[in-house]
Write a protein that binds this ligand. Structure first.
Ligand code: ATP
Length: 252
């Protein structure tokens, strides 16, 4: 699905060029769930922006479904931390917006919107406005608006950070169900090692001093029969080692 080859990203700033990513290479398969973990400023959001097609690599190439990624496209949906809902539109209208922009018939828009509302369990919120929703509810609406375009990939920036533990677990479960039903590829950024372990198949750890990948970990904790605190602890330690810049040879 994604082939990211030797990618650099540098931003122009008043004080000169800022290197945000350096020599990033990664392959991501269809239906995979990948977490990007790193400390603040390590390049996680920059990475999300380049795989969304919102930023162009300064060096290297990204292939999406075998073609060079040259900009945003409908099959790649991204949800930012502030959700980006339109305050003057109801929940229903926010979710239906991509179909309206694509000039789909009202019948088709209504049918698909109702399906998404049910799938995300927000049917009873459809006539409310964003300011009448909790953070978690706004996030579901943003996901609904992304999913209605039937993307192949859903990119999310810190999707669980504003949620309480119970809402978070419920939401992770919903995302996993949707992912399996649609064979959706999920890629999300987080500071939180436990969130990465609970949700993803692989964890890409960015170096603490930024720009490069310190290591990629196959998430044993997700494998059936390994949902054990000892396995979680071992994985947490491996990620912390990588974050601190101490390589674990078996993972690189
Ligand atoms: N538009 C920009 N112009 C200049 N420098 C930028 C820009 N965006 C990000 N940077 C710099 O690029 C580096 C990586 O930033 P990025 O936002 O990708 O990190 P991050 O890991 O997502 O951080 P956080 O977890 O705090 O959101 C940082 O040094 C940051 O200051």
């Amino acid at each position: 699905m994604y082939q990211i080859q030797h990618v650099d990203l540098a931003y122009k700033s008043a004080s000169g060029m800022v290197n945000a990513l350096q020599n990033i290479s990664l392959h991501i398969s269809l239906g995979e769930c990948v977490a990007i973990v790193g400390v603040s400023g390590s390049g996680k959001s920059s990475f999300l922006n380049i795989v969304a097609g919102l930023e162009k690599p300064t060096k290297g190439t990204i292939y999406f479904d075998g073609k060079e990624l040259k900009g945003p496209q409908q099959e790649i949906a991204i949800i930012f931390q502030n959700y980006g809902l339109f305050p003057w539109k109801s929940v229903k209208a926010n979710i239906a917006l991509p179909l309206k922009l694509a000039k789909r018939s009202k019948q088709e828009r209504d049918r698909d919107t109702q399906l998404i509302l049910s799938q995300l369990n927000i049917h009873d919120l459809q006539n409310r406005y964003p300011f009448q929703l909790s953070g978690g509810q706004q996030q579901r609406v943003a996901i609904g608006r992304a999913l209605i375009q039937k993307p192949k990939v859903l990119l999310m920036d810190e999707p669980f950070s504003a949620l309480d533990i119970l809402t978070k677990e419920q939401f992770m479960q919903t995302l996993q169900t949707i992912r399996h039903e649609r064979n959706l590829t999920l890629l999300f950024v987080t500071h939180n090692i436990d969130e990465a372990l609970m949700m993803s198949d692989r964890i890409v750890v960015f170096h603490t001093n930024g720009k490069t990948i310190a290591g990629i970990i196959e998430n044993d904790y997700q494998i059936e029969g390994r949902h054990h605190p000892a396995c979680m602890y071992r994985q947490q330690q491996r990620i912390k080692q990588l974050l601190k810049g101490e390589p674990c040879e078996e993972d690189i």
